[in-house]
Design a protein around this ligand. Structure first.
Ligand SMILES: [Zn+2]
Length: 225
């Protein structure tokens, strides 16, 4: 008769919301990632003048587009939850320096297959092939390898919490753990002996850096062979 039943109206409401979410996922979210990355590129190259800013905006925007649309394809952000929206906001504001690093890593992984089933609603963009054997690697929210996805998600969270301080703290912890090995006080020397220069870094410094201690407390065991 042309009038909708309540069920049909509810159905239509759900349809409108899912269409809006699709437009957001596939268009506006990647576009914003492109724009914030372009602005970051322009700011980074601003000291070299107007031409530098324009180049920075173009390169930054290009990397951001690769990052943004790969995340759209992977359904990285869960747009139905507050947490998913906060992740997106963090990546484009406070966590932007890490997102810029992540966009470069995402672009370098355009050959690498995206793991949609692992990435979906995770806040991260996972790729199938790792770069370093039995280690997964994460820059920003971009991960290669799927051995310990929960561990790598902790690194994405750390980048969002610490924002521009994340990589400086990361580097500082490596320097401090290398030159002042306080971790020897509680290190499991019985099962993971430090008896060579290589093992000092692999079994000692690396798993005891601050962000790794935290991530390994949540998921995974540091390979020490
Ligand atoms: Zn780690």
């Amino acid at each position: 008769m042309g009038t909708m039943t309540t069920d049909e109206r509810i159905g239509e409401g759900i349809g409108v919301r899912s269409t809006a979410r699709n437009v957001w996922n596939w268009l506006f979210a990647p576009l914003l990632r492109t724009i914030t990355n372009g602005v970051a590129g322009a700011v980074i190259l601003a000291p070299s003048g107007t031409a530098g800013s324009v180049l920075g905006a173009a390169v930054g925007g290009g990397l951001g587009a690769a990052h943004g649309w790969r995340m759209a394809y992977a359904h990285t952000y869960d747009w139905t939850t507050v947490g998913g929206v906060i992740e997106f906001i963090a990546d484009n504001t406070w966590g932007l320096p890490n997102a810029v690093v992540g966009s470069l890593f995402a672009t370098l992984n355009l050959w690498n297959g995206v793991k949609v089933e692992v990435s979906r609603a995770s806040g991260s963009l996972y790729h199938a092939s790792g770069w370093f054997g039995k280690y997964d690697t994460t820059f920003g929210n971009v991960t290669v390898g799927t051995i310990v996805p929960k561990h790598e998600a902790v690194h994405a969270l750390q980048a969002r919490i610490f924002g521009p301080l994340f990589y400086p703290l990361f580097i500082a912890s490596y320097i401090i753990c290398t030159i002042a090995p306080y971790w020897l006080l509680y290190h499991d020397t019985k099962n993971k002996p430090i008896n060579s220069f290589g093992r000092y870094f692999k079994c000692g410094v690396y798993p005891h850096t601050w962000f790794e201690e935290w991530a390994y407390s949540i998921d995974g065991n540091p390979p020490c062979t």
